[in-house]
Design a protein around this ligand. Structure first.
Ligand code: SF4
Ligand code: SF4
Length: 297
């Protein structure tokens, strides 16, 4: 199944609406947005006269320190206006050497491109508060995802506990091997399952290299598949695994070769970039192919 990840930091309403409408028509199964953007997701589906019950709505919350919850800032005293960051930003978020925080997804590409140490990344800590606000609005919500690519187990489980007190639907834990070995990740999952025993369902989003999906690039997808495979080997139900972070056109094929059948494939930057700058018809053809390829998994 196909999950479209809109980008936790992405609050560009027009961009979100256009992507949701496109991938909903193409047959996506789940959409993942920041809590603040849940009403926008819901509205986009209704504007297309589609039945919301045919889709799963997910909101993401980052643990402090996780890359998805970061925002970039440019120090104009250090900036030499070389434009390397402007050209490299996948979101087109840098205008006149100022980062538009509405568009920034915290990918840190700008920081890596800057030779003058002018870019800083800091945590946006507003997501949990926005999640509580959105719960009060009573909008359809099928899953809450915790982005937990940090090395602090206590912090992860603490936030998970707080979320599960407010929300008893499905919860997804997005973790990677950046900070945990296979065994440590599995042990964390077991502890999370215990905390979430009263929740409707529990998924693990096995993250590879966040925001790294690329065309014709096998290496970008290897890490998430390898991680998912190790969780399966340790006894975690593969049908509760969603792959993300480097997912691309090779992922499904790789999974089949390794006899791995995950619940879903989470496409983020890759799916968004694939349809960028295409006209409506071309974009729909690309989206249909991408969704069809993984939906047959
Ligand atoms: S790469 Fe660094 S120096 Fe160049 S424009 Fe961006 S922030 Fe300024
Ligand atoms: S490159 Fe990434 S982190 Fe930098 S401004 Fe663009 S979206 Fe934000």
């Amino acid at each position: 199944m196909f999950k479209l990840i809109l980008g936790l930091g992405n609050c560009d309403i027009q961009n979100i609406k256009a992507l949701v409408k496109l991938y909903a028509k193409a047959g996506a199964w789940m959409f993942d947005v920041s809590p603040k953007m849940l009403p926008v997701l819901s509205q986009a589906i209704l504007e297309e006269n589609l039945d919301p019950d045919n889709y799963k709505f997910c909101v993401s919350i980052p643990v402090e320190g996780d890359i998805h919850g970061k925002k970039a800032h440019i120090d104009l005293k250090k900036c030499k206006k070389c434009k390397k960051c402007v050209k490299a930003c996948p979101q087109g978020a840098i205008e006149d050497f100022v980062v538009n925080s509405t568009k920034c997804i915290g990918c840190s590409i700008c920081k890596k491109k800057c030779s003058h140490n002018a870019v800083k990344l800091s945590d946006d800590t507003s997501y949990y508060k926005e999640f509580k606000e959105v719960l009060k609005q009573g909008i359809k919500l099928d899953c809450v995802e915790l982005h937990a690519s940090v090395d602090d187990e206590k912090k992860i489980l603490g936030l998970l506990k707080k979320i599960s007190k407010k929300y008893k639907g499905a919860i997804s834990l997005c973790i990677s091997r950046k900070h945990f070995s296979n065994l440590a990740a599995f042990s964390l999952i077991k502890k999370a399952q215990k905390i979430l025993q009263d929740n409707l369902d529990f998924y693990v989003q096995a993250d590879g290299k966040s925001m790294n999906g690329a065309d014709k690039e096998l290496s970008s997808t290897l890490e998430c598949v390898a991680f998912a495979l190790s969780l399966k080997d340790l006894g975690f139900d593969e049908k509760k695994i969603i792959l993300s972070g480097g997912v691309n056109e090779y992922t499904k094929n790789l999974c089949e070769k390794l006899s791995l059948s995950p619940l879903a494939f989470g496409f983020g930057t890759y799916a968004r970039n694939k349809v960028k700058n295409l006209d409506e018809q071309q974009a729909l053809e690309v989206a249909l192919k991408l969704v069809k390829d993984v939906s047959e998994a």
